[in-house]
Design a protein around this ligand. Sequence first.
Ligand code: FE2
Ligand code: FE2
Length: 439
Amino acid sequence: MKIAVLSDVHGNCPALRKVLEDAEKRGVDEFIIAGDYCLSGAWPDECIKTLMEIPNKVMIRGNEENYLENLIGKDQSAWTDGQMQISYYCFRNIDPGRLDYILSLPHTTEFERNGVKIHLAHSSVSFIGDHEFAKFGPAKLSKKYIGTDNTSEVLRKDIHGILDADPGFAEKADGLESGIYVFGHSHVQWSYKSRNVLLVNPGSCGLPLDAIKDSVPYSIITISAKGETSVEEIRIPFPMLPYVEELKKTTQYAEANVWTKVIIKELVTAREHLYYFLDFAEKYAEDIGDDRRPFSIETWEGAYKAWEDQMIVEAESEKIYLSESCDVFYVKEKNIVLVHWKKYCELDQYRKPLECALKVIKEHPGCNYTADTRDGFEDNPLDTKWVAEYFMPKAKEYGCEIINFIIDKNNSLKEELEGQEKDSSALLKFRYVYGLDEI
Ligand SMILES: [Fe+2]
Ligand SMILES: [Fe+2]
């Protein structure tokens, strides 16, 4: 029999529907759904409704269901803080009967299929302690995969390498009763088979944080009639920018604006940001002497503005800039600053990431500049002038020698790029390549 396993939908109903369609095509017999249904995407009610319609399923609660449970019977006129608006939005937008349904689900459960016991809990902590979060949780991965677009193969190899080298994990796994252990919560897709047990985390089908962009994961467990088990990890293409555009049109975007903007950063980069933002907001509140919790609207919005203004996240001493239109990374092994344009940008949207790139060049002697122009660039004569008169001379002054342009096969930006080269070829050497591997 085939069991589709999914988790952490987080209100992303378009992604949930894609996963369910795919699973249906593959002829699964049953679903396991491991919690965190609502917060962050703007379609919590639709998600629950869609999940309730699945005929054969085992569902449990996640930790984020608690935020909604805690609001039952509370005085809504007191909901004036900034931080919790996402929970209030969800609470107000879920049908009470459907809210009752998810709150009636158990936190953990166990059942048997073809003689194999399946243990289900929202977090791996219930089974293997802190071994997942301490070694390859989303905050760890967001630092590990700086400057690279991750793939399932790399992720699998890295996680297996970490677990194989962790004697504490082996001890935990060996101590478990034999069977299959299913959990979510980390938003990282992985699985591991040891002598007695198969551990399966399907990742988050609504908000993946394993640095694999523009796709959503789920897993299929197969259990033969004799009780042999295997797992297939699936990722379905899911372009995030169109989803983000839809998210921006919702009332959630207006009502829980800061939270949703942080989530948008997570969606487009497939990396943890909320953890860093909450940490930043805490320090920001301390600095301004504000001890109100949850954060007031002014403090919450002020913290976001300060965080976004700098848009620089300290990640293992490297500076990175992450936004919806552009990501800037320092790639240590190549000593380059990589600027990935994700759409056409102009003025501040174009210049802020380049200011960040200049800081990176200044801090790393001999660091060269690389622009990935395959998904976007600039197209404003004012910016072309700014690049020629400010950016290129500054890059040269800080030690940059080479400007690399990663171009698409048709070189569709030929005119614009050659224009930039012509303006600055006396200062810097220009190279055109088709991929980062050529640098
Ligand atoms: Fe979650
Ligand atoms: Fe969770």
